[in-house]
Design a protein around this ligand. Structure first.
Ligand SMILES: O=C(CO)COP(=O)(O)O
Length: 128
């Protein structure tokens, strides 16, 4: 699976904690992330992650562009609803692209856990 992982600053600790619970599954995926999020996942969990640009510099748009041409199977996007972001239009564009192309997207930890658990169990079944 090709999964994009993105977290705003206020949600980066939550992203690392979330991903820590799914390391064996994530190791079998092709991971991409916005720059700072990906850097933390690489450093703190040892995951192999393709780091794109940081979100405010266009990283969300890069992921959206890949998604639009069928190169992303799912998105975990831990948004911070309490902090205004300078690149709000880019964030909305990515979430909209998920809806346009019917790509699963979780924007909070509870939803992300459900998605990751479903993907992990589907992939365990597929390889059995
Ligand atoms: O801003 C972001 C998503 O909109 C996240 O970008 P970083 O992972 O580079 O902090």
């Amino acid at each position: 699976m090709r999964i994009a992982l993105i977290a705003h600053d206020g949600k980066k600790d939550a992203m690392v904690a979330l991903a820590a619970g799914f390391v064996p599954f994530l190791q079998r995926c092709r991971l991409m992330a916005t720059g700072t999020t990906g850097g933390r996942l690489r450093r703190e969990l040892g995951l192999e992650v393709e780091c794109l640009l940081s979100g405010p510099l266009g990283g969300d748009l890069q992921i959206g562009a890949r998604l639009a041409v069928g190169e992303v199977d799912g998105v975990i996007f831990l948004r911070d609803p309490m902090t205004p972001q300078p690149h709000e239009p880019d964030i909305n564009a990515l979430v909209r692209a998920c809806d346009v192309h019917d790509v699963p997207c979780a924007t909070n930890v509870a939803g992300a856990r459900l998605l990751l658990a479903a993907w992990a169990s589907a992939s365990a079944g597929a390889s059995a």
